[in-house]
Design a protein around this ligand. Structure first.
Ligand SMILES: [Cu+2]
Length: 385
């Protein structure tokens, strides 16, 4: 307990001083890592430009050739964002300027080489913990950077699936940075692509990345959301709001309505869409109204057979899952967290507009459209026994 308290205090002190925490063990760890690092010069190196979610950078579903070193650069952006239609502002911390941070896609056996940049204009120490990586707190211990610093971390993608990454600078900074926006996901595809339970290949025509986050905005005595001049100014009140475990907002992609209306996701009848859904801190239960999960890896791990025909699936806090669905009817679908209070009152909902000329009347039709109750309609209630 004593050491945890000391770690918390060290992290808070580091935050206040704006300097990277001193971690002697990290220096030793880096030394060992460098001595044992394999020479990967002979492997192909591929620089990938990340895309802002819900979009996903171009990638092959089935890997061509052997392992590669896939290089990403990710600047950390501290900025104020508007998180709902009422103009509520929050001092966010982000990977790449978006909430969530961008989805990184590689194949099993590839190396992820991430250059994480903390520009001098930022005010806080950050790092990155990849749930898909092995050792050193998911890379968190090797990537602690103060404003004005950068670091390149390389890790081997040994497990296929969708995995969360998040900032974890230590102590209360960790949950605060995560619920201030510093979370994203990596998708490690099997080299031969996705498969059903029988090993039959599965493909998608497009992929979207939905990052669900919850926010805890402090309120004033009248119940109105408070606004602060800086991250630091709002920190104590925000930590108090977080301790209630009662979010004020539960949103997809950074704000209420970020994926609805003219920002809705799009698809076409006959297209197969992969929906990657992450939540770094809290459980969620995605549901596609009017559709299903044809194949769902609800724990996100592609070496486990996917579930079939799901109505709602479960995303454990601290994980990312993936669902594959082929649209069969045109129209607007709602994809939401099926805690309907979180979806409709707090914001966790998206729309998917599906183009198509032909409605499938075999799947759904109205033999009697809406009209007045007919005198012939049986109004007796179901019998009690
Ligand atoms: Cu951070």
């Amino acid at each position: 307990m004593k050491s945890i308290t000391a770690a918390l205090l060290a992290a808070v002190a580091a935050f206040c001083l704006g300097a990277a925490p001193a971690r002697a063990d990290v220096t030793q760890l880096v030394g060992r890592t460098l001595q044992q690092a394999p020479d990967l010069a002979s492997l192909p190196h591929q620089k990938v430009k990340l895309k802002r979610p819900p979009f996903v950078h171009e990638h092959e579903q089935v890997a061509k050739g052997g392992p590669r070193v896939v290089q990403f650069t990710l600047p950390i952006v501290e900025k104020e964002v508007v998180i709902d239609g009422e103009g509520t502002r929050m001092h966010a911390m982000t990977f790449g300027g978006s909430i969530p941070g961008p989805l990184m896609v590689v194949h099993e056996g590839d190396y992820v080489e991430l250059t994480l940049v903390n520009p001098a204009t930022n005010t806080m120490v950050h790092n990155i913990d990849f749930h898909a990586a092995t050792g050193a707190m998911g890379g968190g211990d090797l990537t602690v950077i103060a404003p004005g610093q950068e670091v390149t971390l390389r890790w081997k993608a040994t497990r296929a699936g969708t995995f969360v990454y998040h900032c974890a600078p230590g102590g209360p900074m960790t949950p605060w940075h995560v619920v201030a926006g510093m979370q994203g996901a990596v998708m490690v595809l099997p080299r031969d692509g996705l498969k059903d339970a029988d090993g039959k290949p599965l493909h998608y025509d497009r992929a979207y990345y939905i990052g669900e986050t919850e926010f805890y905005i402090p309120r004033d005595a009248k119940g109105k959301f408070r606004h602060y001049g800086s991250h630091t100014e709002g920190m104590a009140d925000t930590l108090d709001a977080m301790r209630t475990l009662t979010p004020t907002h539960v949103v997809f992609n950074g704000a209420v309505g970020a994926l609805t209306g003219d920002k809705a996701l799009t698809s076409k009848v006959g297209e197969t869409v992969l929906l990657v859904h992450s939540q770094a801190n809290r459980d969620s239960r995605p549901h596609l109204i009017g559709g299903h999960g044809d194949y769902v890896w609800e724990d996100g791990k592609f070496n486990n057979p996917p579930h079939r025909d799901l109505e709602t699936w479960f995303i454990r806090g601290g994980s990312a899952g993936a669902a594959l669905y082929t649209f069969r009817q045109p129209g607007t679908y709602v994809y939401l967290n099926h805690n309907l209070i979180e979806a409709i009152l707090l914001g966790a909902a998206a729309q998917i507009k599906v183009e198509g000329e032909q409605w499938n009347h075999d799947l759904m039709t109205t033999p009697a459209p809406v009209g007045a109750i007919k005198p012939t309609t049986d109004l007796s209630l179901p019998a009690a026994n």
